[in-house]
Design a protein around this ligand. Structure first.
Ligand code: PRP
Ligand code: MN
Ligand code: MG
Length: 182
C-alpha cells in the first residue's frame, strides 16, 4: 500500500476540536461519577490516544486497564467473530467501568467486549468513544459518551490507522479512497 502524507488529507476534526470535546466528556464523566472510583478500559491499539487525553480530563479517582481483540478480516467474515487477545489485568467485579474506544463502527468489537466485561459483574458499565459511525452498525449497541458522530467515511489519526500508520496524527483526517486500494 501507499502512505500519502497526512498533511495532504482533508481535516475532519482539528486537534483543538478534539480537545474541546474530550474535555467536555471528561467533565461529564467527572459529574456522573462524583465521589466514586472508575476503571477505564482501553481497547488496543486505536483507543490509546483518546484514553490518554480523556483520563487527563477526568477528575475522579481512576485506574487504567487494556484489552486487545483480533480484528483480522472482521469486516469480511459473516460470523463477525471477535477474539480476545489480551484480557484485563485486574478484577473489575463491583467496579464502575468505562470501556474507551476510538471508534464505534459495526459495533462487533464493543458488543463482544461489553458481553465479556458484564460476565465479570462490574457495578456499572458504560462506553466512551471518540467517533461513532451509526450508519455502519451491524449489531445494536450505543455508546454513553460520544465525541463526534460521523458518516461512513474512512478516517485516520488520533489513534486510528490505515495499515497501522497515522495513529500519531493529531487531527482526525479523511483517508483518500484511491490510497485505500479498493
Ligand atoms: C478498530 C477500532 C475499533 C474497532 C471498531 O480497531 O479501533 O476498535 O475497529 O470497529 P467495529 O465497531 O466494526 O468492531 P481495529 O480492529 O482496526 O484495531 P486497532 O484498534 O488496533 O486499529
Ligand atoms: Mn481498535
Ligand atoms: Mg485498526
Amino acid at each position: 500500500p501507499t502512505f500519502p502524507p497526512a498533511e495532504t488529507m482533508p481535516i475532519l476534526f482539528t486537534k483543538d476540536q478534539i480537545a474541546e470535546r474530550t474535555k467536555a466528556i471528561g467533565a461529564q464523566i467527572t459529574a456522573d461519577y462524583a465521589g466514586q472510583s472508575i476503571v477505564l478500559i482501553g481497547v488496543l491499539k486505536g483507543a490509546a490516544i483518546f484514553l490518554a487525553d480523556l483520563a487527563r480530563a477526568i477528575n475522579v479517582d481512576n485506574t487504567f486497564d487494556f484489552v486487545a481483540v483480533s480484528s483480522y478480516g472482521r469486516a469480511r467474515v459473516s460470523s463477525g467473530a471477535v477474539k480476545l487477545i489480551k484480557d484485563i489485568d485486574n478484577p473489575i467485579e463491583g467496579k464502575h467501568v468505562i470501556i474507551v474506544e476510538d471508534i464505534l463502527d459495526t459495533g462487533l468489537t464493543l458488543s463482544y467486549l461489553r458481553g465479556l466485561m458484564l460476565q465479570h459483574k462490574p457495578a456499572s458499565l458504560k462506553i466512551a468513544t471518540c467517533l461513532d459511525k451509526p450508519e455502519r452498525r451491524l449489531v445494536p449497541i450505543e455508546a454513553d459518551y460520544v465525541a463526534f458522530k460521523i458518516p461512513n467515511q474512512f478516517v485516520i489519526g488520533y489513534g486510528m490507522d490505515f495499515a497501522e500508520r497515522y495513529r500519531g496524527v493529531d487531527d482526525i483526517r479523511l483517508f483518500p479512497e484511491e490510497a485505500a486500494g479498493h
